[in-house]
Write a protein that binds this ligand. Structure first.
Ligand SMILES: [Zn+2]
Length: 427
């Protein structure tokens, strides 16, 4: 309650008498109609270019947006999210004319505390004290394997972060650390990047360690060549799931931020074997800002494939690789919002859509991959310990906030927070 009042107060002091409200875009409402209804001249749209017009077409019925109105109810500003990072801003300029712009969404992220002594049962007590069902769900995931046996008199303390935009919640809460006090014994639960709880502040990741794998796989390749795969290339991972497709996009001279995506992203867990999409020679395996650990394979016919955000290399520069060879392990290095594999394919140094040359009907290839995976699984594994980012920092922060006597944050005290936004509101 105090937070939102403070935020509204801040806004009110900069734009006196104005009120920010969260709205839902009406189904079927045209952008021009919205402007006219709010007394905005359509002249504003004359100067828009193709990209900006395209972006307007992406506003969807039911999506959340924000309006700033003066005390007589006149529109002053509107903010309409068009992706998880960008929003349309409509606001008056110095000449009192409405202007259209596309700006990044700047979220505010706060860290809240929960400190709950169990009276009845852990989950009903957490739900009733925090009034936040999303948070309860995240805690259930984090405490899988840890929550059994927590009973009356024990306590569960935790930190979690929550993003907000213009004073409204945005996205789900993320649990950062949990401290369980069970019969006087303290247990810390550290949270990995996927929201799972760990008993120590690091994660164990398994790697295949034997080296002559690439050479040994040659016999397997015969089966691939005899199979019914007709396309030039094959998927770089088993059970491929595309999370972001290729797009030429266009560099925008004004926005500076709308970028093309010269590749296909596959959602995979860190440590997933990455396979060569075709026969070729490894021409580079290095760290680059942006792409992180990146490996490139030169194929025949002027094709080159690029595998980015890798956790580790398996093949090295100069290696001859065959289609299906495990050449690297996927990861989250470079500029990457989560573990995934970025596959780029270039023809004579120009990016092309990978999916245009990758076999869509690769069921026979999947079979071969299964066999290769069997071979992989019989190999020796090594376990590497990777520290969980900020685990120690959050542990110290939780202890110091507990020592200062801070109480569980109660989301029921503000009506607006009952209608929480989800990530979907911005996608
Ligand atoms: Zn990508």
């Amino acid at each position: 309650m105090t937070r939102i009042i403070l935020l509204l107060f801040l806004i009110a002091t900069t734009i006196f008498g104005n009120v920010v409200t969260k709205q839902k875009w009406k189904y079927g409402q045209k952008f021009t109609n919205y402007l006219q209804t709010n007394g905005v001249s359509l002249d504003m749209l004359k100067s828009l270019d193709e990209l900006e017009n395209q972006v307007i077409g992406e506003i969807r019925g039911g999506q959340v947006f924000y309006e700033v109105k003066d005390d007589s109810g006149k529109l002053i500003e509107a903010y309409i999210p068009i992706s998880s990072t960008l929003q349309i801003k409509i606001a008056k300029n110095k000449e009192d004319k409405f202007r259209f712009s596309i700006i990044p969404i700047s979220f505010k992220e706060d860290i809240y505390i929960g400190n709950i002594t169990i009276k009845n049962s852990i989950w009903s007590d957490i739900t009733s004290e925090t009034h936040n069902s999303n948070l309860t769900k995240k805690l259930q995931k984090a405490l899988k394997g840890f929550s059994a046996g927590i009973s009356k008199g024990d306590s569960v303390a935790f930190l979690y972060s929550q993003k907000s935009f213009a004073g409204f919640l945005s996205g789900s809460p993320e649990v950062r650390i949990v401290k369980i006090t069970k019969k006087g014994k303290e247990i810390f639960v550290y949270i990995d990047e996927e929201g799972n709880g760990k008993s120590e502040p690091f994660e164990s990741v398994s790697y295949v360690i034997d080296k002559p794998f690439i050479g040994k796989q040659t016999t397997k390749k015969v089966e691939i060549k005899n199979s019914a795969v007709s396309s030039k290339f094959v998927y770089p991972v088993r059970n491929p799931r595309i999370t972001s497709p290729f797009s030429y996009g266009r560099y925008h001279p004004v926005l500076h931020i709308y970028r093309p995506h010269f590749g296909t992203d596959f959602g995979v867990k860190r440590g997933t074997p990455v396979m060569a999409i075709g026969d070729g020679i490894v021409i580079s395996a290095e760290y680059q800002s942006g792409y992180g650990k990146v490996l490139k394979v030169q194929h025949g016919g002027g094709y080159m494939s690029l595998y980015a955000h890798l956790d580790g290399f398996r093949a090295k520069v100069g290696d001859r690789v065959s289609r299906g060879d495990v050449i690297a392990y996927s990861g989250n290095t470079g500029t990457s919002s989560g573990p995934h594999l970025h596959l780029g394919i270039y023809l004579n140094n120009s990016p092309i859509n990978p999916m245009s040359v990758i076999g869509q009907e690769s069921s026979s290839f999947d079979l071969i991959l299964d066999r290769i995976a069997d071979v992989v699984s019989t190999k020796t594994y090594e376990t590497k310990k990777i520290p969980i980012v900020n685990a120690i920092k959050y542990r110290e922060m939780l202890n110091s906030r507990l020592n200062s006597g801070e109480q569980t944050y109660d989301w029921s005290s503000d009506d607006d927070k009952k209608t929480k936004l989800s990530e979907d509101d911005f996608e």
